[in-house]
Structure formats: C-alpha cells, structure tokens
Design a protein around this ligand. Structure first.
Ligand code: HEC
Ligand code: HEC
Ligand SMILES: [Cu+2]
Length: 503
C-alpha cells in the first residue's frame, strides 16, 4: 500500500516538474506551416474527440450501471447469453465509427503521398552525419552539417555552456532554402545507413534508406525558418545532424540560387601554397569534416575509427592517402565529391604534419584537381548548345570516354554508377530495352524527357549528349555497338522548341 502511494506521489511530482521546467513545451501536435501539416493536425483532433466521446460514453454507462445497480442496493444480476440484437448493434456501431474514421484518414494519407504536379525536385541524401541536398532543376548542390558553435560546445570538456549557443544542436552551416508557395518534391536516399528527415513544421518525416528512393512533398505558404533533426538512430553522431529549412519568397529564392550557382562556379583556388599555409588552413577543414570520427586530437575511436596520429596510412605514401580520402573505404566517406581541391590538399597536408605526425611533405591543390572528375559538363552550367558552329565527328572510343564523364555528372544520381538504376522509380540502363533498342527512340527520350526523367536537349552540348548516348549503349554492361555523332544531335537540338524560362 505504501509503495503504491509513493509511486503515485512520485508520478505527480514528475508531471509538475516537467510542466514548470519546460513551460514552452506543449502536449499536443503542432499545427505546422503547410496545408498538409494542418490537415494532419485536424485529423488528429477529429480522431481524438471521437475517442474522448466514446470513452466518456462507455465508461459513463459502465460506472453508472455499477453504482446504481450494485448488490448492496438489492439488485440481482440478470443472466443472459447470445442476445442477437445486442450483438448486431455492438458490431454495427463500431464498424460505422471505424469507417467514419477511415475516410478522412485515407484522404489525408493520399494527400501526403501525392507528389504529382510538383514544380521542382530536391534530392536529399543522408550521410553519417550530414545531409546532402541536390536541386535537380538548377544544379545547386551542397552539404549541410551541424553549425560550428554547436559543434564546439558539444565536445566533451569544451567549457562552453550549451544554453549560450543559439539553437544549440538545431542549427546548420548551410540551410536548405526553398521558395514559398511552390510544390516541392523531395527524393530521399542515404549513402551509408538509414537516416530519417524530419521537420515537424512540414507535417511529416521520411526515411532515407541506402539503395531506395522515398518521395515526399511540401508547399510552404509563409517565409520562415523551420528546424528539425534526423530521427533514425544512425550511429554515434546521430544526435548531431539537424535540419534547417528556410522558406523564402520567390524573388529572394531566385537571388539565393544565383548566388549559390556563382559560388559553385568559382571552384577551388588552385594556386600553390606553402606547407605552413596548407597546414594552417587544413586545421579548420579537419575540424569541420573529419573530427567527428577521427576526433579533434586525431586519436580516433578504437575499433570504429582509426587514429590519424601515428597512422601507417598517413605516415606512408601520400598518393595512397590521397586515394583513400578522395574515394573513401568502408566507413570512411569519399571526400572527393564533398570538398574542393584546395580544401582536400589542405586537410591531407594537415594530417601529415599535425595531430602528432611530422611526415614533412605536402600536396598542392593542382595535383588534387587532376585526380577529381572533370567538371566541364556540370548540369548547372547551362551552356546553351552552340547552334551554329559545326561540330566535328568523333571516334567511338572518344565518344565513350567523354560519355563516361558526362554520365557521372548528369545521370548517376538517378541511374546509379553502374547503370543499375533504382527500380521501380529509376529504371536500370544496364540491359534496358530502350538502350538496347532503336537509337533514335533513346535520343528522343533523352532530348525531351519523360515523367521524372529530365529532358537534356537544352542542358547538354551536342558533343556531350552524343557521347553519353554512345556511352550508355556501349558501357554499363551494354554492347549494342552503335554510336551517334554530335552533328546529328546538333540538328535535332536546333529543331527543339525554345526552352520556356520559368525563373
Ligand atoms: C564518418 C566517419 C569518418 C569521417 C567523417 C572521416 N573518416 Fe577517415 N576513416 C573512417 C574510417 C571508418 C576509416 C577506416 C577505413 C578502413 O580502412 O576500413 C578511416 C580511415 C582514414 C584514414 C586511414 C587511417 C588508417 O590508419 O587506416 C585516413 C588518413 C583518414 N581516414 C582521413 C580522414 C580525413 C582527412 C577526413 C576528413 C576529410 C576523414 N578521414 C573523415 C571514418 C571517417
Ligand atoms: C532525375 C532523375 C534522372 C536523371 C538525372 C536521369 N534520368 Fe534517365 N530516367 C529517369 C526516369 C524516371 C526514367 C523512366 C522514364 C519513364 O519511362 O517514365 C528514365 C529513363 C531513362 C532511359 C530509358 C530507360 C528504360 O529502360 O526505360 C534512358 C536511356 C535514360 N533514362 C538515360 C539517361 C541518361 C543518359 C541520363 C544522363 C544524361 C539520365 N537518364 C538522367 C530519371 C532520370
Ligand atoms: Cu542520421
């Protein structure tokens, strides 16, 4: 008896403490900032009130009956079995209630899933422990990770009081920027383990799973900053991959896109730097990109992340280390795509000459640039296909070699590196009936696009276009043994209707 009393007293005290300590926390679902999030909230309230109504009705009747018809008043229990009328009534009423609840629930679910007629697409890839955003329509592409202030404060023994850090653990270096009043489709996948993208204000969360593509959409009416987190246990720094979405009105968004594109074009600073300079700059690249796994002092996490201090790889041949950092290996991410040549040169030189290592060599940004995939055919650079200047014919080998690069820059995000695709959303090109079929049909599909396949007629140069067609037919496990020449593509491109500019 005493134990029970203590338990109840404890629970009540806990509830009170929670209420006072977290005054700005509320109990209910939030309404959010989209139509869907409001619909979800309304659905939740509707079902809640139906449950409250049923609960009060059932328990009310029960308690009333128990009290008023109790034995001490002289009532005697009636004995009856298999009353068909009662059984029919208590089957039909709940069935009707369930159907009544299923109708609005299904409507909301269908609305959540309906990505049709979206006006732009953003591909979101979860990484340990950051998010990658690719705007499929304008080529903007960046990684978004925990902001520096939170990252500093979270280190053991940092001495920083987290309460002094604005939006502690809910802030990033580069937020996802979206335009307001536009239907935006998101494609979710992951590069390593399962992550989950959740911004409560948008009203849903979606898993990002390696090898799968999940879809979701949103349309935000009001400009604002909305915060969220990864909500799938994804490894040691799961708690440190927040999400920040900034919704801007169209003109502000357009200006942001322009700036982002210009920044991307700027590229790396390829001038030579002294070793000291490289090491000095490498320290911040390391703090931002490597310290979560290899730790700020380079000691690593035994059994999971090797130490950089005294590592045989770091003390060994520099090209082997460059290869590892560029291309990754098992749990080590490939940084060739995430960092610029100068940053890579800096961080590699840093690991070799700091953190307790003193190899005494360096690598220059230029040498790294040579090893990175060429950026000449980036989708962002909407180099208008040169309509008048004639283009020269190319050999089959040249076409395929160029096509490989074009494919890496334009197609892998959907059809994957080996052409295996991501069925059922993105068909495999390896063994595809289209690729092994009539070449003109394939060219037509790629010029104009189809469904979620973008048209490349206006975005690729004739030579790049011819090369990537030839590559898909003679690489990726296909051997159709035909090619198309740039001059043919050029003619087809000049016959395409002018591109409508929607931005
Ligand atoms: C997500 C965690 C993670 C991050 C972030 C990361 N690494 Fe690694 N790193 C690993 C793992 C795991 C290995 C072991 C790979 C293997 O050999 O299987 C590794 C191995 C290495 C090695 C070889 C060490 C040895 O002795 O085997 C070097 C050098 C290295 N990383 C450098 C870097 C640099 C530089 C950065 C930042 C640009 C970085 N790493 C970021 C996880 C990470
Ligand atoms: C945004 C994702 C995306 C990108 C990027 C993309 N594709 Fe596609 N691709 C698709 C989708 C979706 C389909 C299926 C279209 C359909 O049939 O509805 C498709 C279909 C195809 C097909 C027909 C395959 C078949 O068997 O039906 C070919 C060939 C193809 N793509 C080639 C390319 C090439 C080459 C590139 C790069 C220049 C590229 N794609 C870039 C999404 C994409
Ligand atoms: Cu995660």
């Amino acid at each position: 008896m005493n134990k029970t009393k203590q338990l109840f007293a404890g629970l009540i005290l806990m509830a009170l403490a929670l209420r006072t300590a977290q005054a700005d926390y509320t109990l209910n679902l939030m309404k959010g900032v989209t139509k869907v999030s409001n619909d979800v909230h309304d659905l939740h309230m509707l079902i809640l009130w139906i449950c409250v109504f049923i609960g009060v009705g059932v328990f009310g009747t029960m308690f009333y009956s128990i009290y008023h018809h109790r034995k001490s008043k002289g009532h005697k229990a009636a004995q009856f079995h298999e009353n068909t009328t009662v059984e029919i009534i208590w089957t039909i009423i709940p069935t009707l209630i369930l159907i009544g609840m299923a109708v609005p629930a299904t409507k909301t679910l269908m609305e959540l899933d309906d990505v049709q007629d979206s006006e732009m697409s953003i591909k979101v890839t979860g990484h340990q422990w950051k998010w990658e955003y690719e705007y499929l329509d304008n080529g903007v592409h960046f990684f978004s990770s925990l902001d520096e202030a939170s990252n500093k404060a979270r280190q053991v023994g940092s001495g920083v009081d987290p309460r002094t850090v604005p939006h502690y653990l809910l802030n990033v270096d580069k937020p996802l920027v979206i335009p307001t009043k536009k239907k935006i489709r998101f494609l979710f996948t992951a590069a390593d383990v399962i992550h989950s993208w959740w911004v409560p204000d948008l009203g849903w969360k979606k898993d990002a799973i390696p090898g799968f593509i999940n879809e979701a959409w949103t349309s935000v009416d009001k400009p604002g900053t909305y915060r969220g987190q990864c909500t799938e246990l994804c490894g040691k720094d799961h708690g440190f991959m927040p999400i920040v979405v900034i919704a801007m009105d169209q003109p502000d968004y357009d200006a942001w896109v322009k700036k982002a594109q210009e920044e991307a074009k700027k590229g790396a600073d390829l001038s030579d730097q002294s070793r000291d300079e490289l090491v000095a700059k490498g320290a911040s690249v390391y703090a931002k990109n490597c310290s979560t796994c290899h730790l700020p002092d380079g000691k690593g996490v035994p059994g999971a992340f090797p130490a950089i201090t005294g590592s045989t790889v770091v003390k060994g041949d520099i090209t082997a280390q460059v290869n590892l950092v560029l291309n990754g290996k098992a749990g080590m991410p490939a940084f060739g795509k995430m960092l610029k040549a100068d940053e890579l040169a800096q961080v590699i030189t840093y690991t070799r000459n700091a953190l307790g290592n003193a190899v005494g060599d360096e690598i220059q940004p230029k040498a790294i640039q040579e090893l990175l995939p060429k950026k000449s055919s980036e989708p962002a650079a909407k180099a208008a296909p040169e309509k008048s200047a004639p283009v020269a014919d190319m050999t089959k080998e040249d076409l395929i070699a160029l096509g490989k690069t074009v494919y890496a820059n334009n197609c892998v995000s959907c059809h994957q590196a080996e052409g295996q695709g991501n069925p059922p959303m993105f068909p495999a090109l390896k063994g595809s009936a289209v690729v092994t079929g009539n070449i003109n049909a394939q060219i037509d599909l790629m010029l104009n696009g189809k469904g979620m396949m973008p048209g490349f007629g206006h975005t690729l140069k004739a030579a790049d276009f011819a090369a990537v067609v030839s590559y898909t037919r003679n690489g990726l496990g296909n051997a159709v043994n035909d090619v198309v020449q740039p001059s043919v593509i050029q003619k087809l491109q000049s016959a395409l209707p002018a591109e409508q500019d929607d931005d």
